[in-house]
Ligand binder design. Sequence first.
Ligand SMILES: [Ca+2]
Ligand SMILES: [Ca+2]
Ligand SMILES: [Ca+2]
Length: 566
Amino acid sequence: MRHIEHRVPARRGHGRVRAWHYALAALALLSVTAPLRAASLADGLIVRFTANTRAVLEKSSAGTSQLMQRLSTKTGLSLHVKRPMSGQQHVIKLDGPVDADTLDTLLQRLQQDPAIAHVEADYPIHPFAVPDDYFYPNQWPLHSAADVPAAMNLPAAWNTTTGNPETVVAVIDTGILPNHIDLDGRVLPGYDFIVGFEVGDNTLLEQYPSYMTYFRTNDGDGRDDDPTDPGDWVDIDDTYAMLSVGNTCNPQDSTFHGTGIASIIAANTDHAHGIAGIDWQARILPARVSGKCGGSRSDMIDAIRWAAGIEDPALPSNPYPARVINLSLGSNNACGFAEQAAINEAWAAGAVLVAAAGNDAVNLDSTPVAPASCENVIGVGAVREDGARAYYSNYGQSLTIAAPGGEDANSGGTPMVVASNRGVKAPVEGSHFRHVAGTSSAAAHVSGVLSLMVGANPALTPHQLRELLVQSARDFPDTGIFRCDTQTCGAGLVDAYTAVTAAKNGYVNGNEPPPISAAEGKEDDEPVAIETGVSGGASGNVSLFLSLIMLSVWLARRRTTTLSRT
Ligand SMILES: [Ca+2]
Ligand SMILES: [Ca+2]
Ligand SMILES: [Ca+2]
């Protein structure tokens, strides 16, 4: 039996018990079922006859036969009265479904007949797709906007498409747990970009050579072809060691951030377990760039090019170029030249890039964060379920759009539920889930919607995808202490249904398709400049915009009151 629960059980004991039950059940791996729906064909008509004709139909079956015979001859199709219906109308049956052209002709001919006041097609209807995943009732960002003001209208979008297995979405993050029940079968071979520290990097490092060399990678080596997330916990000893090499970072439990982000975009869906993903079919390309105490911008830049399929002689080829690249991380710097160049190349190669705004509640116009502040990046701010800006979300004119990021229950909001692991340090066996909030989740929501758009119309360029996403956004509601507007939160609230419809049609609401930017694809022609190092610390550290509420559904002892913003 399916349990319906409208709020995440934040601190109640039964949530923990239920999650354990879930964890046991989750050991069974299930396949994904996601039937695509064919376009509806009319198989009947709804007709309102004139009053005189209705009188004939009521009185005499012979008169009815005679009328239908005449209309059948007139239209060349066999027509029968199936039944009278409400509104003084009749249901007319055809011998079988007819295509759109035949239907048009049929309707025109009948509409001109003196016996008929009004006629229209009787289409089959079906319920909007609602997945049966256990936590779906808690996933307010996916629900109908009629129920939750900031929700993204996924049921209506899924009625058009549940995605395309050819679509590849890169998640540049902490790596991934590919065997999680909600990711199993969906994860492509990725790459682990984190290089180790080298003793020569810093004389102080010589005090801790063996400890520090692979401290950040935390998997015993430098770059490798296994992006599995070994955990990114930091304990007190680690913080002292990092201080010795000039870096500060705070103790934390492992986040499994990349697994959560991937699950928002493309969790296995409609299999009764875990959460629903936005795209039920797309595949995830994991690129690991963040380990203990974060990562470096240079690794992220390499990962962006590689994810887009750009050859790098130092790396193996990527046979699965991504059409969408999610960057739920960054640094508190202006966009660097090297960073912008990699982004431009990836964009020109066909990848649309999405970046989280960051969680410091600052105005990006004066305090930029990269890559969200870069050109050719869809910068995403976070809203709560009422459509107001989440209190932690960065804001400003450089943002492209806003999407659900949620808030801690203690802030009056409702967090997300994402795939995770209950390991405090290294991952442990089992598929688990936790609550999160932040612009990381908001960016992942946009990446998921873009993935559906690419799946619906793979010919769209990154520029067209961005234009259609922006044009299809809903206006911000006038609500909240931190009211969103186009100066602070981007063009509007992302709407999956209108975005997917726009992608399929190539335009929004009868607009012409957006012109392809003259600049698009021409970045390679620009003169090569030497990076001076003043453009924002291209070698600086990258941190996750995880803002995880360190409350998991299985561990009540974890803190619930603060959002960690590293
Ligand atoms: Ca490694
Ligand atoms: Ca590795
Ligand atoms: Ca699921």
